[in-house]
Design a protein around this ligand. Structure first.
Ligand SMILES: CC(C)(COP(=O)(O)OP(=O)(O)OC[C@H]1O[C@@H](n2cnc3c(N)ncnc32)[C@H](O)[C@@H]1OP(=O)(O)O)[C@@H](O)C(=O)NCCC(=O)NCCS
Length: 246
C-alpha cells in the first residue's frame, strides 16, 4: 500500500481543519507517504538514529559515534522490516504502518551533509528523496510494552511510536503532518476511535507537539514505577478521532 499527500504550505489539519503558523518556513516540497519500500525503511531507520542521537554517549570519538549510529541504523532496519512483515517477536498480532516524510534530494532547503547517507531513498521510477521524518502506527487489540495502557479500548487501538524528525528539518511542521496522516489512516482505514502515544514526562518538545495536535493527557506512570524501571516516567496521551456516521 502506498499513497502520497502533497503537504500544505501551512500547517492545516485535514482532520480538524485548523490552520497553524510555523516558527520556520515549511518546505512545500515535502510529501508524507505510507511505505514499506526497503529504501524508505532504511531511510526511516537513519532518521530515527539522527532523531534520537542524544542517546549517543558524548565522550565517544567521531569514529565510535559513527559506528554507534551505523549499528543503530542496521538494528532498526531489521526490526522495522520484521514489524512491517508481521515477523517481529511480540508484534505478531499488531499491524504496523510506516509513515515517512520525504523531500526531493535536490531540494535546496537541506544540506545533505546533515543527514546520514542511508537517509537517501532510491526507488525505481521515482526521484531520489531524503527521508526527513518517520513514525510507526501500531494497530491491534493488544499492543507490546503496554504497562501504561489506554482506557479507551473500544474497537481497535492504535499507538504511535518512533515519532522522529531529523534535526535539520525540525520546526517546519513535519511531525504535525505525519500525525495528521496517521490520524486519518487510523480513523478511515482501521476504524480506530482513539490514537495513543507515550512520551517521557520531561520531553517538552514532544509534549508540545502532541498537545498542539489535539492529544490530551490520560495517565502518567507513578514515581514508584519510575524508580523501579530506572528511567523517567512516561505520560500517556490520547487523541480522539471522529468516526463519520453514514
Ligand atoms: C518532537 C519532534 C518529533 C517534533 O518534530 P517537528 O517536526 O519539529 O515538529 P513540528 O514542526 O510539527 O512542531 C509542531 C509544534 O510542536 C511544538 N514543538 C515542536 N518542537 C518544539 C520544541 N523544540 N520546543 C517547543 N515546542 C515545540 C510547537 O508548538 C510546534 O509548532 P510551532 O513550530 O508552530 O511553534 C522532534 O523535535 C524530534 O524528532 N525530537 C526527537 C525525537 C523525539 O523526542 N520524539 C518523540 C518521541 S515520543
Amino acid at each position: 500500500m502506498a499513497s502520497s499527500v502533497v503537504a500544505p504550505s501551512r500547517g492545516v489539519s485535514p482532520v480538524f481543519g485548523r490552520a497553524r503558523a510555523r516558527r520556520r518556513p515549511s518546505c512545500s516540497a515535502i510529501t508524507v507517504d505510507v511505505s514499506s519500500h526497503a529504501s524508505d525503511v532504511a531511510g526511516a531507520a537513519a532518521c530515527r538514529a539522527l532523531s534520537f542521537s542524544q542517546n549517543v554517549p558524548s565522550d565517544r570519538s567521531a569514529f565510535a559515534k559513527r559506528a554507534h549510529v551505523a549499528m543503530k541504523i542496521e538494528n532498526e532496519t531489521t526490526s522495522l522490516t520484521n514489524k512491517l512483515r508481521g515477523a517481529e517477536v511480540g508484534y505478531e498480532d499488531v499491524k504496523v504502518v510506516l509513515i515517512v516524510a520525504r523531500a526531493p534530494a535536490s531540494s535546496a532547503q537541506y544540506d545533505i551533509r546533515e543527514f546520514d547517507p542511508a537517509s537517501l531513498s532510491v526507488r525505481d521510477g521515482a526521484e531520489t528523496s531524503l527521508i526527513v521524518g518517520s513514525l510507526d502506527i501500531n494497530i491491534g487489540d493488544r499492543l507490546p510494552a503496554e504497562e501504561l495502557a489506554g482506557t479507551r479500548s473500544l474497537g481497535r487501538r492504535a499507538y504511535l511510536s518512533n515519532v522522529g524528525v531529523a534535526p535539520a528539518a525540525r520546526r517546519t511542521g513535519v511531525a504535525s503532518r505525519m500525525i495528521e496522516r496517521a490520524s486519518t489512516i487510523a480513523r478511515d482505514e482501521y476504524a480506530v476511535h482513539a490514537l495513543y502515544v507515550h512520551v517521557q514526562h520531561d520531553n517538552d518538545a514532544a509534549i508540545a507537539l502532541y498537545e498542539r495536535s489535539d492529544f490530551i493527557r490520560e495517565a502518567r506512570e507513578t514515581a514508584a514505577a519510575e524508580s523501579t524501571l530506572g528511567r523517567p516516567a512516561r505520560v500517556l496521551l490520547r487523541r480522539d478521532l471522529r468516526i463519520h456516521q453514514p
